[in-house]
Design a protein around this ligand. Structure first.
Ligand SMILES: [Zn+2]
Length: 389
């Protein structure tokens, strides 16, 4: 039931090409002819179906935070940790910055994101225009990259493997609930500004049609360079300062990121060592190098490889939050390693520096508008006919 009287225009977020919106059949999607990014895919779910998924997500997040994720047993003592235990331990250890980042990315922002989706979908399900519709769907898009429940899940798995060598470990309900929440949150990630707006229009709700965005501003280049420079500077202490301190009967030792990877490898978990190495060492360096190439080529108006450069930007955007992995691992280990003189694990100052690197590189990637690369290479906005696959 699309609004046929007035054809809508869709603008490609990656290259800025403008299309008239096609009518999609099931299993079809509309793809940009110029840069191949997907403009719209067939919407199979009604607002009611999405609301059912949202309700399940709220329930699994509730269980994920109410029940222990892991319980560690050491010489007759047990230490269970929920998500909130982990946050409060890090706060008490004197790292409020790390505690705030973890609380925001692992709980507060995902919950706000889900609440805003309910705010939009509930009125839509009854054919009404939600209050503050335009502002809300914009905020939903801005919140998405900062909701890191999937990264936290991987963090739990890495922490469990690290501790398995030290003491016996039992996984709790919280872990399975986090896994369920991850699956639902990933599927809800498809509900961005454009999809929600088109959903409203298809339902006959009087929402504004998608507007043609303003041309990308060249002033972003300076901002991206500044953020990347700050990230590169923080990368040095992030790697040289210990991200955690382990005190046991044998003595106290500081652990850096690379040291932790080597340790995992020596414990025989080469696969997990590889995951941590990729997430903590390769991904931040790759992001900085790839963004530098993208920004420099845009700055000089390079005309070649536009398609590949757009793909590279999509990769940088996607992997952004996964480098937060090691910060989450440190937090969980600190919450579980509370056995007094027997074993005590504390976060180190490297964790703050590392968290700063992740946030700065994410801000740099989000500040870069890939449409500028196409514009600088002479591709202005074109109104094109649509290409269906
Ligand atoms: Zn495009």
């Amino acid at each position: 039931m699309s609004n046929l009287s007035q054809p809508l225009t869709l603008t490609c977020h990656q290259c800025g090409a403008t299309y008239s919106r096609p009518e999609l059949e099931p299993d079809q999607w509309a793809q940009c002819v110029r840069c191949h990014s997907v403009l719209e895919s067939y919407a199979a779910f009604t607002p009611f179906a999405w609301l059912a998924i949202l309700l399940t997500t709220f329930l699994s997040l509730g269980f994920a935070n109410a029940y222990p994720i892991l319980t560690l047993y050491l010489q007759g003592q047990a230490q269970a940790a929920t998500f909130f235990d982990a946050v409060s331990v890090v706060w008490r250890e004197g790292y409020p910055e790390v505690a705030v980042i973890t609380f925001a990315a692992g709980f507060l922002l995902p919950v706000v994101h889900l609440c805003l989706l309910v705010w939009v979908l509930l009125p839509l399900a009854f054919g009404k225009l939600p209050l503050f519709f335009d502002a809300t769907i914009k905020i939903i898009d801005h919140l998405k990259p900062w909701c890191m429940v999937p990264v936290f899940l991987l963090g739990i798995l890495v922490a469990a493997i690290k501790l398995a060598g030290l003491a016996s470990l039992v996984v709790g309900v919280g872990l399975f609930a986090t896994a369920c929440a991850t699956i639902f949150i990933t599927s809800l990630g498809r509900l961005g500004e454009r999809r929600l707006r088109l959903m409203a229009l298809d339902l006959g709700v009087p929402a504004h049609p998608p507007e043609i965005p303003r041309p990308p501003s060249p002033s972003q280049i300076t901002r991206v360079w500044a953020l990347m420079l700050a990230a590169a500077i923080m990368y040095v202490p992030a790697n040289f300062l210990p991200i955690m301190q382990i005190t046991s009967v044998g003595g106290s030792s500081g652990h850096t990121i690379v040291g932790g990877v080597i340790e995992l490898y020596q414990m025989g978990s080469w696969d997990i060592a590889l995951v941590v190495f990729v997430a903590s060492v390769i991904v931040p360096v790759f992001k900085l190098v790839a963004l530098s190439v993208l920004v420099a080529m845009t700055q000089f108006g390079a005309v070649h490889g536009l398609h590949r450069r757009t793909q590279l930007y999509r990769v940088v955007e996607f992997i952004g939050q996964w480098s937060m992995l090691d910060v989450f691992v440190v937090i969980l280990l600190s919450a579980l390693g509370q056995f007094g003189a027997l074993l005590s694990i504390q976060p180190g100052s490297g964790a703050i520096a590392f968290g700063a690197v992740v946030i700065l590189t994410m801000l740099a990637a989000l500040s870069f508008d890939p449409r500028l690369a196409w514009r600088r290479a002479g591709h202005r906005r074109h109104v094109l006919s649509t290409f269906n696959l």
